[in-house]
Structures are given as structure tokens and as C-alpha cells.
Design a protein around this ligand. Structure first.
Ligand code: AMP
Ligand code: ZN
Length: 453
């Protein structure tokens, strides 16, 4: 039994005991949405994971000692995730016939509404466009340290061949991996010295006025996609912080590039971040849920079919965040049923039970194991915010007050069992049954739940 948080760290490829930089100031940064459309269920699964991680850290260290930032990408994310392609904001703005700024605002507001409905909380949700100066400052540092070069009429690029440990999130043997990457990658931008080089600052094209662009010391333009996360994490969490999260798709490019930018400028005393956590995809029919799923796989679509945000939370809890999870409407229906079977249990002195629940969360957020226990013992509504914040039983919470005499019966039965007086224990079980209750027992503890019909 462990009472310390252990998490799987992508950087070291193992489960480690979490050691914060400062126990009174735990800092997490989570890469957030690109706000050119509504989040699909895959995105929501990832946001749910981030929220759960924050809740668990708040449970352990106290909310006043935890700061979790999720950024909002409202500029610079190109359609191919690389350095060619078109800015997603501008492309979708044209499609919807409104400005890029309007698109960003609309989907930022929607995003905030959805996470609120899903009981997901972040302390700060800063936007890339509000932090242009901070991004330019980091580009400048990289220029001064000779890590950059300019491609005419295109932008300022990071020269990854100057970084001995570039790509270290990808083990084993990152040097080899880079060779493979170099050989396999198409060079998406002419003039790149290495396939893994990436844009820090893109110039506005001379022939076309961009909607989102800023003056810079070099050339009017807009930031590369990765630098915003350095700028915002640095501003709100400092040069170093504890945990950085993202989806697994961020490991090879986005996060490798964030690390390169930080460790070549303001965080030369490595590592920049101690723990990297990556969430696996939500699939449908064996394929990653993607934007092309359209509005069919969104929170409003789920609610339209009479599922609640709590049902969706329950569904997500069924899979560990590092495993693939398959979505289907049947699976969601089964999750809804499973949730309905959960019983809320009332105040008692089953503190040990809580320890058992916590133990699963502390073990790299082992939510499937936790759900199994919640089914066995019931969901306690008392004592602990985190169990309550799992949010899966919120709409049921009012229903239970267990009378003192029932509690007394249960206690007597527990004692009879400890004393191996089984005749007495059976008698008391029948009494409890007559009162519409049953006892669920573990090795060292028990709970009392309403009798299943
Ligand atoms: P985006 O808004 O496209 O930048 O994505 C926001 C987050 O959602 C990223 O961290 C992605 O890794 C994550 N994500 C995208 N697709 C999926 C999926 N099918 N399942 C789980 N997470 C996803
Ligand atoms: Zn990021």
C-alpha cells in the first residue's frame, strides 16, 4: 500500500515517486486546445485526464498549494502540425466567413463552457495572442545563443543539429531516432537545414495581409506553434516546474521542440520539467477520434442523446489514461448503466476505505481499479473532495442519510464477524436486509449501502 503519488514519466520511461520542486507550490502545465472548432470526445478525454491529475494533486497537497495552467492556442498552429500548411485559425475563419479573432473567441468560450459542464478546473487559461512579447523574448535569447537561422521570406528557425539531446523524450536511443526521423521526414519547408528544425517565428507573407500578425525586431509575423507553451508556462509557473502534460501525439514534435527551446535559453540547467505525462487516444472503430468526426462526437451530441456529463466522466474513468479507449454508443450506454448501479454511501467512520480509494489514484491514476472498488463499497459522499470530484455521482448525492440504528446494526455485525460469531452475524444481516440495507465488506473495513433491487 502506498501513500505517495507515483506517476509514469515519459522522460525516464518508468513509474516514479513524484517529488515536487516545492511541496508548497506544485506547478503543472497542460497543453490545451486549438480554438478553431469545438472539442471532440478525444480532446475531452485528454482534458478530463488533466483535470483528474489536478484534482489528485490538490487532494494530496491542498488546492492552495497547486497551480495548474492550460493554454489556449489561438494563433500559429498550422494545418499540418509542421511549419508549412496554413494557420488553422485563419483557415477556419475563412470557412465560417468571420474573422480569425471571432473564431478564436467563439471556440474559447465554448471550450470553457464544456469543461465547466464536465467539472474540469484549471487555475489559469492563458491565450497565446496575449503573450506575444514573452514569445519574442525567448526567440531573442535563442538568437543570441546562436541556435537559430533565418529562411528568407519564411521565418526564423531552430537549428536542432546544435542540440546534443534533441528528441530525448523518445527513447530508446534518441540519436538513432533522430537519424530515422531525418531520413524519413519530408522536408516541408525549403531551406530547412535539418528535417527536425522548426519555426520559432514565421514572417507574414509579403503578398498577403494576415489577420493575426505582430511587429517583431526582425519581421512582422506570428509565433511558431511551440513557443507559446514556453512563454506561458514560464510566465505563470517559472523557469522550471513539476509536471507537463499532453496527448501522446505531442511527444515527437511539439514537446520535443518545447524542451529544445527551454533548455537552450532560460532553462539551461536541465531538465526544464521533471515529469512528462502523456495521455493515450480515444479511438472509434480502431481509429483515433479526429476532427473529421465532426459534431457527432461532441459534448452537445452526447447530451442530445440523454447522456449526462457525469456519464461521460464515468466512461472515461473506465480506462487508464495511458491505454487506448474505444468509443461506441453501446459502450457509453453500458457506462451509463454502470454508473446508475453505483451506490452512494453515507457518513461513517470508514476512513480506511478512503485510503483504499486514494491508493488507486496515487498509483499513476489507476481509475479502472478505483471504479471496481467504488462498485464494491459504494461512493462515499463525505470526507474527501477528490472522490466527490470524480463527479460521477454528483446528481445522486442528496439521496442518502443512514439512520443511527442502521449504523449500530452494521457495527454489531462487523464485531460479530471479527469474533467469528457467524450465527449472530447472519441474524444481523437479516435485520439489515429487513431495513433495506446491506453491508459490503473488505479485509479491514466495510460500508453500508442500500439493498440492490
Ligand atoms: P488540439 O486542440 O487539436 O490541439 O488537441 C488538444 C489535445 O487533445 C491534444 O493534447 C491532443 O493530444 C488531444 N487529442 C487529440 N485527439 C485525441 C484523441 N483522439 N484522443 C485523445 N486525445 C486527443
Ligand atoms: Zn504545448
Amino acid at each position: 500500500m502506498t501513500n505517495k503519488l507515483h506517476i509514469y514519466n515519459t522522460l525516464t520511461r518508468q513509474k516514479e515517486q513524484f517529488q515536487p520542486i516545492d511541496e508548497n507550490d506544485i506547478r503543472i502545465y497542460s497543453c490545451g486546445p486549438t480554438v478553431y472548432s469545438d472539442p471532440h470526445l478525444g480532446n475531452l478525454r485528454y482534458f478530463f485526464f488533466c483535470g483528474l491529475l489536478g484534482d489528485v494533486l490538490r487532494m494530496i497537497y491542498g488546492s492552495e498549494h497547486v497551480t495548474q495552467v492550460m493554454n489556449i492556442t489561438d494563433v500559429g498552429h498550422l494545418t499540418d502540425d509542421g511549419d508549412a500548411g496554413e494557420d488553422k485559425m485563419e483557415k477556419w475563419a475563412r470557412r465560417e466567413g468571420v474573422s480569425a479573432w471571432d473564431i478564436a473567441k467563439k471556440y474559447e468560450d465554448n471550450f470553457k463552457r464544456y469543461i465547466e459542464q464536465l467539472h474540469i478546473h484549471f487555475d489559469k487559461l492563458p491565450k497565446a495572442t496575449d503573450h506575444i512579447e514573452e514569445q519574442i523574448a525567448i526567440v531573442k535569447m535563442l538568437e543570441e545563443k546562436w541556435y537559430t537561422y533565418e529562411i528568407d521570406q519564411d521565418g526564423i528557425y531552430m537549428n536542432t543539429s546544435k542540440i546534443a539531446d534533441y528528441g530525448k523524450l523518445m527513447w530508446p536511443n534518441y540519436a538513432k531516432h533522430i537519424e530515422g526521423l531525418q531520413a524519413g521526414a519530408r522536408v516541408d519547408v525549403e531551406g530547412k537545414k535539418n528535417a527536425t528544425d522548426f519555426a520559432l517565428w514565421k514572417f507574414s507573407p509579403e503578398w498577403q495581409q494576415r489577420q493575426m500578425e505582430w511587429e517583431s525586431p526582425r519581421w512582422k509575423g506570428f509565433p511558431g506553434w511551440h513557443i507559446e507553451c514556453n512563454a506561458m508556462s514560464r510566465k505563470y509557473l517559472g523557469d522550471h516546474f513539476d509536471i507537463h502534460t499532453g496527448g501522446v501525439d505531442h511527444i515527437p514534435v511539439h514537446h520535443s521542440d518545447e524542451i529544445a527551446q527551454a533548455e537552450c535559453s532560460y532553462a539551461e540547467d536541465k531538465p526544464w520539467v521533471n515529469y512528462w505525462m502523456h495521455a493515450q487516444f480515444l479511438n472509434i472503430g480502431g481509429e483515433k477520434v479526429a476532427k473529421s468526426a465532426g459534431d457527432d462526437l461532441s459534448l452537445p451530441a452526447i447530451i442530445a442523446k440523454w447522456y449526462t456529463p457525469e456519464d461521460l466522466r464515468y466512461f472515461f474513468l473506465q480506462a487508464h489514461y495511458r491505454s487506448f479507449q474505444d468509443f461506441s454508443w453501446e459502450a457509453l450506454a453500458a457506462a451509463k448503466k454502470g454508473r446508475q448501479k453505483l451506490q452512494i454511501i453515507s457518513p461513517g467512520d470508514e476512513v480506511e476505505l478512503l485510503e483504499q480509494f486514494r491508493e488507486d489514484l496515487l498509483d499513476d491514476l489507476n481509475t479502472p481499479a478505483l471504479l471496481a472498488k467504488l462498485h464494491k463499497f459504494g461512493v462515499p459522499k463525505w470526507l474527501d473532495d477528490t472522490i466527490r470530484k470524480l463527479g460521477i455521482g454528483q446528481d445522486k448525492i442528496e439521496e442518502i442519510i443512514i439512520p443511527e440504528e442502521i449504523k449500530a446494526l452494521a457495527e454489531k455485525r462487523w464485531e460479530a464477524k471479527q469474533a467469528k460469531d457467524y450465527a449472530m452475524a447472519d441474524e444481523l444481516r437479516d435485520e439489515l436486509k429487513a431495513a433495506g440495507r446491506e453491508m459490503r465488506e473488505g479485509k479491514d473495513n466495510y460500508s453500508v449501502v442500500p439493498l440492490e433491487k
